[in-house]
Design a protein around this ligand. Structure first.
Ligand SMILES: *Cc1c(COP(=O)(O)O)cnc(C)c1O
Length: 267
């Protein structure tokens, strides 16, 4: 069994992330996070090449994103569509920069996502799948998608209940513009490593179980799980994508309740 990751690296450590303000800062924070991902891989005998680091740039000004780009980032994760669209428009000069939308989507915003995003990680309803499919067809584009699963059982979290995921996956071949890559989750916000870990184990088991008889064009290779406070545990449990904001950019001024539907209380 892997050793649990250091208990200091938890969700309640927001005060510990210094602000990245210079190119040098970004080079260092990116290298430090990458080194922690690689070390977590080695603890459990995984190849570090199997884990992608997705820098989450929500709330950060364009100038910070440009520094992160200069430090090597070519894909940014954004929670809110409008904010992402604004940044995409402002940074058109960077032709090789791509955008991943990682937050809940309302159907009336599907049109925007279809226009600029290369990845959408929060698919949680057939209505959104339909809206995206129609808009993507219109744009002549396709989109990598992850199905969001609520692994913590918290009513405040978006995502499908684990028991609803198999039926949902079966419907997805009807949307050929959506290239299904895997599952995504937000773990329980807790300082108890074991409870956080259980969320990641649940997602991995679900993926393993579904992968066996997934429809032909549905790939379930990816597990997007782990954020600044818990990415090492997620990597130990099989994450192929970690979504990391604060440990790269610095602590966010905005409370997380701004991004998620209700205040989540530390347990
Ligand atoms: C903000 C956010 C993250 C990153 O959180 P950090 O604490 O900044 O690492 C990851 N996933 C989602 C869905 C987010 O909204």
């Amino acid at each position: 069994m892997p050793e649990p990751a250091d208990s200091l690296n938890f969700h309640d450590q927001h005060g510990r992330y210094p602000q990245a303000a210079t190119l040098d800062d970004f080079v260092h924070t990116l290298a430090a996070v990458r080194a922690r991902v690689d070390a977590a891989c080695r603890r459990v005998g995984r190849d570090p090449a199997g884990v992608r680091l997705l820098p989450v740039s929500k709330t950060r000004p364009e100038a910070s994103l440009r520094l992160a780009y200069a430090a090597g980032c070519r894909l940014f994760g954004e929670n809110r569509v409008q904010e992402a669209l604004g940044k995409w428009e402002a940074m058109q000069d960077l032709a090789d920069l791509h955008w991943s939308v990682i937050g809940h989507l309302q159907t009336n915003k599907a049109k925007l996502v279809a226009r600029f995003a290369s990845e959408f990680q929060a698919l949680d309803s057939l209505r959104v799948a339909e809206a995206l499919e129609r808009r993507l067809q219109g744009e002549g584009r396709s989109l990598d998608v992850f199905v969001q699963v609520n692994t913590s059982g918290e009513a405040s979290k978006y995502g499908l209940s684990p028991e609803d995921v198999p039926g949902f996956i079966k419907e997805l071949p009807a949307f050929p513009a959506l290239r299904v890559r895997g599952l995504m989750t937000l773990a329980l916000f807790s300082a108890e490593a074991e409870r956080v870990r259980q969320c990641f184990i649940l997602l991995r088991n679900l993926r393993d179980q579904l992968r066996q008889d997934a429809p032909a064009n549905i790939r379930l290779d990816e597990l997007s799980m782990g954020m600044s406070g818990d990415f090492e545990i997620a990597v130990e449990e099989g994450a192929t994508v970690v979504r990391v904001g604060q440990a790269i950019f610095g602590a966010r001024a905005m409370p997380d309740s701004y991004y998620w539907p209700a205040e989540t209380v530390l347990t």
